[in-house]
Structures are given as structure tokens and as C-alpha cells.
Design a protein around this ligand. Structure first.
Ligand code: ZN
Length: 99
């Protein structure tokens, strides 16, 4: 560790400061719009919106970006006859939730 090195300490301080500033911007919605994006499991491109779905006979869940989802599902939310292996995760309806 270079903790005793004053220059390294300064650099670390600066890095922390910048990270904090970036976080603050993020909270205000002014940060990098791709921050927090996760890579599509099918094409590896980072996307903010991923659809959890199965796309093939393996039954493995994928996080697909819009483009891969479109290719996998045939553009139909609940699957198309031409894409028999496609399944999307079904989220429980908030109406059915008891409090
Ligand atoms: Zn993709």
C-alpha cells in the first residue's frame, strides 16, 4: 500500500471526490445515461432496459436488449408461434398484492 505517499493520498482523495460528484449528478438525473446499464447477455452491449426472457431450448434466462428481444420473440410480448422457445418472465400483477 502507498498510503503514506502523500501524492497517492492526494490522488485517492481526488478520486473519491470525483466519484461523489458523479453520484450526485446521477441522483439529479444529470449523469451518464448509460451508467447503471447492464450488458445484454446475448450481444454484450450495455443497455438500461433489458428483458428477462428465455430464448432457446436450453431454458436459460437471458437479459436481452430490445434488439435481441425482438429477434428472440418475433416482436410479440408473449411469444410468437415462429419462436416456440421464447418465454418472458411474467411479473405478478400489483393489483393482486395484499397489504
Ligand atoms: Zn442484445
Amino acid at each position: 500500500m502507498a498510503a503514506r505517499d502523500p501524492e497517492a493520498r492526494q490522488a485517492h482523495k481526488q478520486a473519491v471526490k470525483e466519484a461523489k460528484a458523479a453520484k450526485r449528478l446521477q441522483k439529479q438525473g444529470l449523469g451518464d445515461p448509460m451508467a447503471g446499464a447492464k450488458p445484454c447477455t446475448l450481444c454484450d452491449r450495455p443497455r438500461n432496459l433489458l428483458v428477462r426472457c428465455q430464448v432457446d431450448a436450453s431454458g436459460a434466462w437471458q437479459m436481452a436488449c430490445g434488439r435481441c428481444w425482438l429477434a428472440a420473440s418475433g416482436g410479440q410480448v408473449d411469444g410468437a408461434a415462429s419462436h416456440p422457445h421464447y418465454r418472458r418472465v411474467v411479473l405478478p400483477s400489483p393489483r393482486g398484492v395484499r397489504q
